[in-house]
Design a protein around this ligand. Structure first.
Ligand code: G4P
Length: 526
């Protein structure tokens, strides 16, 4: 296969959903279709259950699972499909945001009973920011959910996206019979009452086909014809270009647990989903077909053996061919690096690979040289953009509880924050360290890991902060005077960028009004 063919057959995507919408189930069904796994139940849920938040064993177990399910690849109809796992739990939202920088498209799952949920809203915002094409899968149609048109309205209104159904449910809940596939103009029906067997898909030439009633009955036929007429009248025609530009999201209906509607989703996905896309760096746009290798680290995972602090860095390949044992350039460090055991992920198996292509994700063993967002090239000095840190939601002062282990604590905090578990800010005025996270669970994870991996103890003390905002100004002297004026509330992030610690929304507003030349940013990249 040529280099170009290798690139064009890759589809790298993530499934986003609010917890419980059925992400694990759908992932598993996709792997089953791809023949990558043989039985249901093979993909472990990476859900963090609410009641186990203070159970450290549970945290360890979850970490193990999330290494295993970080990337799952399989082959389907000649395409190489890479599914990137995105934790649904809101405390790990930042992990998910970063993973979304490494995908080319997204399948968004919605539970037909619950409709649009808070996590769906936040994740879609990230996709919009990045102009990531989104396919919607409305799941659990075997349950008594909302009316299909109402759901579409809700999605359009709540998520501010345009949708276009490409399949349409016949009945819902107890009366759910199957779906009409608008894309292929075929019927997919359950066989029997138990909803466990799927009849072969039935080609129908047109909805006026007299045969239709035979399959779904008179009432359903009438309703289906009316519904489709309405769809054709109300919704824009679907074009692949609109979808790829992020202007329209095709919608599928189904029931993942019953295997229903999944094949249609997958078949359409491989037809329309984007091949590896261009990516921006601070110096140029990188095309996947460029000969020269480049990629970036979007996730770092500590290994589970606390005696060995080695980690796995997940690298998204953006251009060129990756080769084992070849020397590459670590841009931030300015050093040459070589990887003798790069791993690829097929379903849930890891194996050492000799080469990989744009769109692929590879795992690199790392003894602490990588940080999230690091760029690897063949010598070019450039950095991929779009992997920012976001202003955290929760803040705590870090207090060292064991002065004999100051160095260990320092190193532990450095490395854990390199992994992206939390963000570390150092106050300018007194050097006190503040950790910022998206969720409370991270503080427990950090405390636990500092103890078990670095033998360091610390306590976390409340800091009452509303937001940490990165600041900049075209006018350097204005920036200096702001920093001087608000010195009690200025900190540095790990890269040495200036951050304003706003204690309340009101104080932030005051600062903005008094210093109009200062720009306040909610993310570290601006
Ligand atoms: P998540 O990864 O998005 O959090 O969701 P997961 O796949 O774990 O699914 C959450 C629950 O929803 C599971 O039930 C799963 O069986 C169920 N589910 C998934 N797809 C469908 C569907 O199409 N129809 C119906 N009715 N249920 C569906 P659970 O009781 O939490 O777990 P389990 O014991 O059934 O595995």
């Amino acid at each position: 296969m040529t280099f170009l063919e290798e690139i064009n057959r890759r589809r790298t995507f993530g499934i986003i959903a609010h917890p419980d919408a059925g992400k694990t189930t759908l992932t598993e069904k996709l792997l089953l279709f791809g023949g990558a796994i043989q039985s249901a139940g093979a993909v472990k849920s990476n859900k963090i259950k609410k009641h186990t938040t203070s159970d450290f064993m549970e945290i360890e177990r979850q970490r193990g699972i999330s290494v295993a399910t970080s990337v799952m690849a399989f082959e389907y109809k000649g395409k190489k499909i890479n599914i990137l796992d995105t934790p649904g739990h809101e405390d790990f939202a930042e992990d998910t945001y970063r993973t979304l920088t490494a995908v080319d498209s997204v399948i968004m799952l919605i539970d037909c009973v619950k409709g649009v949920e808070p996590q769906t809203r936040k994740l879609l915002e990230v996709c919009r920011m990045r102009k990531t094409p989104v396919i919607v899968f409305i799941n659990k149609m075997d349950r008594e959910g909302q009316d299909a048109f109402d759901l579409l309205d809700e999605i359009e209104k709540e998520l501010k996206i345009k949708v276009r159904p490409l399949s349409w449910p016949i009945g819902i809940g107890k009366t759910f019979k199957g779906v009409y596939n608008l894309y292929e103009q075929s019927l997919n029906l359950f066989r029997g009452e138990d909803k466990q067997t799927i009849a072969d898909s039935i080609e129908i030439k047109s909805l006026n086909d007299g045969e239709l009633e035979k399959y779904i009955g008179e009432d359903n036929t009438k309703k289906l014809r009316n519904d489709i007429e309405l769809i054709e009248g109300v919704y824009h025609e679907f074009t692949k270009e609109d979808y790829l530009d992020g202007h329209i999201s095709p919608v599928f209906f189904g029931s993942a647990v019953n295997n229903f509607g999944v094949r249609e989703l997958l078949d359409c996905f491989i037809e329309i989903a984007p091949v590896p896309r261009d990516r921006e760096t601070d110096t140029k746009v990188v095309h996947p077909t460029d000969d020269i290798f480049s990629g970036f680290v979007f996730k770092i995972h500590a290994n589970l053996d606390p005696k060995h602090r080695d980690r796995i860095a997940f690298l998204r390949i953006c251009s060129g061919k990756f080769e084992r044992n070849k020397y590459y350039y670590h841009v931030r460090d300015g050093k040459e690096v070589r990887f003798s055991n790069p791993t690829a992920f097929m379903a849930q198996d890891k194996s050492v690979i000799d080469e990989a292509y744009p769109g692929d994700i590879i795992g690199l063993y790392d003894s602490g040289t990588f940080k999230i967002a690091d760029t690897i090239t063949e010598g070019e000095k450039m950095n991929f953009k779009g992997i920012p840190s976001f202003s955290p939601e929760l803040f705590r002062y870090v207090t060292n509880l064991d002065p004999m282990k100051t160095k260990q604590l320092q190193k532990g905090l450095e490395q854990l924050t390199d992994e992206g578990v939390a963000q570390l800010f150092t106050k300018k005025v007194d050097g006190r360290k503040i950790l910022g996270t998206v969720g409370a669970l991270q503080f427990e994870v950090i405390q636990h890991r500092l103890k078990s991996e670095y033998n360091a103890s610390c306590s976390f003390d409340q800091v009452s902060l509303h937001k940490a905002l990165w600041i900049s100004s075209e006018n350097k002297s204005k920036l200096d005077s702001f920093v001087q004026d608000r010195s009690q509330h200025i900190a540095m992030d790990k890269e040495g960028k200036l951050v304003f610690l706003a204690e309340s929304a009101w104080l932030l507003q005051m600062a903005q009004e008094k210093f109009p030349e200062i720009e306040f940013h909610l993310k570290s990249e601006f």
